[in-house]
Design a protein around this ligand. Structure first.
Ligand code: ZN
Length: 153
């Protein structure tokens, strides 16, 4: 990582951790998942409201912990709001690859700004922090897929 990119990385992480986007709770119609990362003390609650066509109509979170855990979750909500469940799944897989693959591995194309989280890979003890929101997202997608259809509405 060159110096410019490192600076940008720090700037974006700090900005999202100080002013998290899409912060808050959603109502009972949303899927809610709690996640934690005991090795660092990060806590996160994620809400996703799925539209009838399966898009992630709203995605919000609350939580506390280190800057990387909160910034990664904030960036995730910005990236995935309004996207299809399939796209969310594929972005989550791409992020997982970015955080865990060896340094020389080419990164998936669809990461966009999330590529800035690549720097986390240099700090193995921080990978779980960056992955916390994404693990919660994968669980929310799973709950949505397996949840019984409701008759209300
Ligand atoms: Zn952390």
């Amino acid at each position: 990582m060159n110096d410019d990119l490192r600076e940008l990385y720090q700037e974006v992480i700090l900005d999202h951790s100080r002013r998290p986007r899409n912060r808050g709770e959603l109502g009972p119609e949303a899927v809610h998942v709690h996640g934690d990362n005991p090795s660092c003390g990060d806590e996160l609650d994620l809400w996703v409201r799925f539209a009838n066509d399966g898009r992630l109509e709203e995605i919000t979170f609350t939580g506390h912990g280190c800057a990387i855990s909160q910034a990664s979750a904030s960036m995730m909500t910005v990236r995935l709001r309004g996207r299809s469940a399939d796209e969310a799944t594929s972005v989550a897989t791409a992020v997982h690859t970015m955080l865990t693959a060896p340094a020389a591995t080419p990164l998936p194309d669809d990461l966009g700004d999330l590529r800035l989280l690549e720097g986390v890979r240099q700090f193995p003890q921080r990978v779980k922090c960056a992955a916390l929101g994404w693990r919660a997202l994968e669980e929310a997608l799973h709950l949505h897929r397996t949840r019984r259809p409701t008759t209300e509405g």
